[in-house]
Design a protein around this ligand. Structure first.
Ligand SMILES: Nc1ncnc2c1ncn2[C@@H]1O[C@H](COP(=O)(O)OP(=O)(O)OP(=O)(O)O)[C@@H](O)[C@H]1O
Length: 311
């Protein structure tokens, strides 16, 4: 399956929630939609699954030699932002119902139910009403409902919401397992640190627009204006010599052995390494990549400022 999204626009009354968004999704791998509240992620996902239609632009889904304007029914699992299972029914009743809706045979439903309840450590609770479960466990049942029919593609709107760190890790592991099985995953999330470890591709959105997209390397190239280096010496060195190098914001520890500094994105690091090594007995020299979280925050701030100037 291949998805091509081109210049997509969605408007609600006077608000343009999705503005000229373009990106593509290839088979396999995990693609993450990131953006602050109101960035337009759910609006985009709803068009992708065919719940709403774009005002302009195009979604083209190529699957088994055919082309569709949204993901064809039955080809995907969808965890919506508004969760919808029956609170007064047991986990088992809810999931059997979902399995029947998806057209699964009784034996297959039982098989999948056993597998997923065990995988999410909820087997013992199968006969409890959904409302008896914590928010996090309810979220896991919602995920099972999305995965029960083993779709080749899953669309997850905020799969980590309501989960504690232990369960976030658990879901992360399950998503990695699905990826290893060849499932394509498109998810929206706010948990940068988790998403950075999980996704292969990223689409960063703000105020309806894409502000950066691609692999982590590509995002760094698009958003980082500086890079940070860390280096250390086996004994104290005079900072005088270091200060004459092209290093900004040079900081050292109290012992004068460990340093960090900002350098230009295009600075030749090999050359810099030689210059730093000439200042003392160098132990370590490494480039430190800003976490996605930091890149994202500064990009969202500057993109919001640009939008405010424009409007
Ligand atoms: N059905 C609707 N009618 C009117 N406005 C809407 C509708 N759905 C979303 N919006 C508005 O469109 C903008 C984008 O909303 P959307 O839910 O797509 O963002 P989001 O990135 O998913 O946000 P969140 O992370 O909070 O879920 C918001 O300003 C929202 O208020």
């Amino acid at each position: 399956m291949h998805i091509e999204i081109s210049n997509l626009v969605k408007e609600y009354a006077t608000l343009r929630a999705v503005n000229q968004v373009s990106f593509s999704v290839n088979d396999g791998g995990i693609i993450a939609l990131l953006g602050p509240n109101g960035a337009g992620k759910s609006s985009l996902v709803r068009m992708l699954v065919g719940l709403t239609e774009p005002d302009s632009g195009e979604i083209r889904v190529e699957s088994e030699g055919k082309s569709y304007p949204h993901l064809p029914d039955g080809s995907f699992g969808y965890l919506p932002e508004d969760r919808g299972l029956y609170q007064d029914r047991t986990l088992k009743q809810n999931l059997i119902y979902i399995g029947q809706l998806r057209g699964l045979e009784k034996a297959e439903i039982e098989r999948q139910l056993d597998h997923w309840l065990q995988r999410f450590e909820l087997t013992e609770r199968a006969n409890e009403h959904l409302k008896q479960l914590s928010k996090g466990n309810q979220q896991k049942i919602q995920l099972i409902a999305t995965l029960l029919h083993r779709p080749p593609m899953v669309i997850l709107d905020e799969p980590f919401s309501g989960l504690d760190p232990v369960n976030q890790e658990h879901v992360l592991t399950v998503l990695k397992e699905l990826k290893a099985e060849g499932v394509t995953i498109l998810l929206s999330a706010h948990q940068m640190d988790l998403v950075e470890r999980l996704a292969d591709e990223f689409v960063l959105m703000n105020c309806g627009e894409v502000i950066a997209k691609g692999s982590l390397d590509a995002i760094h190239n698009q958003l980082a204006d500086r890079q940070q280096i860390h280096f250390s010496f086996s004994r104290q060195v005079e900072t005088g010599a270091l200060q004459s190098l092209a290093l900004d914001n040079l900081q050292s520890n109290a012992a004068g052995t460990h340093f960090e500094a900002d350098v230009d994105l295009n600075a030749p690091l090999d050359e810099l390494l030689k210059q730093v090594a000439a200042c003392g007995p160098l132990q370590e020299f490494r480039r430190h990549r800003k976490p996605l979280h930091d890149l994202y925050l500064s990009a969202v701030r500057s993109s919001t400022a640009t939008q405010e100037i424009r409007s």
